[in-house]
Design a protein around this ligand. Structure first.
Ligand code: SF4
Length: 480
């Protein structure tokens, strides 16, 4: 109500616009503090090729979702219609005071690649039409072109899928759809545990999928599950360490296995073959592994948002992140992941920032995590640069031949309406441009003759303004 009255007063000219005031009355301000506004939508109920024993089944929902999870509930209300879901979400976010001009579209629901391609295309076209203010488009390409200058620009597009669905041909398809980030179910890096839980893929396939996604410049979010059938807290600690040996995901969702009555694991539990960890065991485990996470990775979640009433036995606390952080404080330890170091609402003095270069290696690339850091170790912005090695798999993507690849540029600050300035907000002091220049110099230094960037539809103009040219599926800059 406060936001509505504020907007009305501004519209009638009785009040001057005041972004700082709006920031104080905004509901759930954390939602957009990382710089973009996320809109989550779900695809329609559809079977998944997976047979994972821990995964719940509900005929009303896409595989693995429950109708009373917050995002899922909204999707169900809109009968999974993409246009209605996006429109309603944009209106709701606007009503509680969030900016809606830069939108990361997060598409959830089972295995994206298992849906028919015409459905995938239609789904994204309809989402974009909603972001384009309702203007209909004949084709996905038309909707994408319109979105480049629309009121609600798509600055990131995320889908979730299985490792065994990532093939070279899928990479180009995902790019054509406009995808910039892929969430991938890893769950475990132990073939015995993968088989016991009937994941239907191997660890080698996870490595292949990561190599392909990385070679195509996608940002990679790994889902990892402790407490699967056959695991112990100790085996989980060892398993987690394997994530950083060659795979090195950019983001991570830790989803402790939750025992649900509508998943097959329930029968194992009834027979006494499965025991969920207690909350204390889980907090201990996550606190242990959290301090081992490299600073280039962002931990998005440490528990899935499943209402505790669905959990049969084991941890029911959904505030696990706070419990883990409390435990770390008591131990005198700190997590240095991206999320824990984000600048949030702190002001940035550009003259105080230090440029850090964190190099690390993966199975198929040398990576550089370039970041601007404040004197108290907070991240004001970062860039992910991939320098493919000779082991990098062939992607068949002509734009990327012989190119160093920028996979992400992220500068923090409340996502300000385009063109609006606020003193000290990191997004507006040229940090992105400086990071790009640094990446360019590094790529040149390592003998690359061109630089490619994976760009969402709504950020293309940003790169075009900085010397990049349109390629087929990426933006390219020759390095001369
Ligand atoms: S692949 Fe994912 S959605 Fe499909 S059954 Fe397994 S966990 Fe569930």
């Amino acid at each position: 109500m406060l936001v509505a009255v504020y907007r009305e007063l501004v519209a009638t000219g009785e009040w001057a616009e005041d972004p700082n005031f709006l920031a104080r009355i905004r509901l759930k301000p954390m939602r957009t503090l990382s710089g973009v506004t996320t809109v989550t939508v779900l695809t329609k109920p559809y079977p998944c090729p997976g047979e994972c024993i821990f995964c719940p089944t509900d005929v009303r929902m896409p595989k693995s979702y429950l109708p009373d999870e917050p995002g899922a509930m909204r999707a169900l209300q809109h009968e999974f219609d993409p246009y209605d879901q996006v429109t309603a979400r944009l209106e709701a976010l606007h009503a509680v005071g969030h900016p809606t001009d830069k939108i990361e579209l997060l598409i959830l629901g089972g295995t994206w690649s298992a849906y028919r391609k015409d459905y995938q295309q239609w789904f994204i076209r309809r989402c974009l039409e909603a972001m384009n203010g309702g203007a209909p488009a004949e084709t996905l390409t038309e909707a994408q072109e319109r979105n480049e200058t629309a009121a609600h620009r798509n600055v990131g597009l995320v889908v979730e899928t299985r490792p065994d669905h990532i093939r070279p041909r899928e990479l180009a398809w995902l790019r054509r759809l406009g995808v910039t980030k892929v969430q991938i179910g890893v769950q475990s890096l132990d073939d015995r545990i993968l088989a016991l839980n009937r994941r239907g893929h191997t660890v080698a396939e996870v490595h292949r999928a990561f190599a392909l996604l990385r070679a195509a410049g996608f940002k990679i979010v790994a889902h990892w599950m402790p407490n699967l059938l056959g695991a112990t807290p100790q085996s989980d600690r060892e398993d987690f360490a394997r994530l950083w040996q060659g795979l090195a995901p950019d983001e991570l969702k830790i989803y402790p296995t939750q025992l649900l009555a509508n998943a097959e694991l329930y029968e194992y539990w009834q027979r006494g073959e499965y025991t969920p960890y207690t909350t204390a065991e889980l907090v201990d485990l996550i606190a242990d592994i959290k301090t081992t996470i490299p600073p280039y990775c962002r931990v998005n979640r440490v528990i899935r948002d499943i209402p505790s009433t669905n959990v049969v036995e084991g941890n029911r606390r959904t505030s696990l992140r706070q419990d883990v952080h409390q435990q770390l404080v008591e131990r005198g330890q700190q997590c240095r992941c991206v999320r824990c170091r984000e600048i949030r609402h702190h002001r940035v003095d550009p003259t105080d920032l230090r440029l850090d270069d964190l190099p690390y290696e993966t199975d198929t690339s040398k990576e550089h995590f370039l970041s601007f850091v404040t004197p108290d170790d907070r991240l004001a912005g970062f860039l992910r640069l991939s320098l493919p090695t000779a082991d990098a798999p062939a992607t068949g993507l002509t734009d990327l031949r012989g190119a160093a690849i920028i996979r992400e540029v992220h500068v923090y600050g409340q996502s300000l309406p385009v063109g609006e300035e606020r003193r000290g907000a990191a997004q507006h002091i040229g940090l992105g441009t400086r990071l790009l220049k640094e990446a360019e110099a590094l790529a040149r230094q390592h003998g690359f003759h061109r630089l490619a960037v994976i760009s969402a539809i709504g950020t293309r103009q940003y790169y075009l303004d900085r010397g990049f040219q349109r390629g087929e599926l990426y933006l390219i800059k020759p390095l001369v």
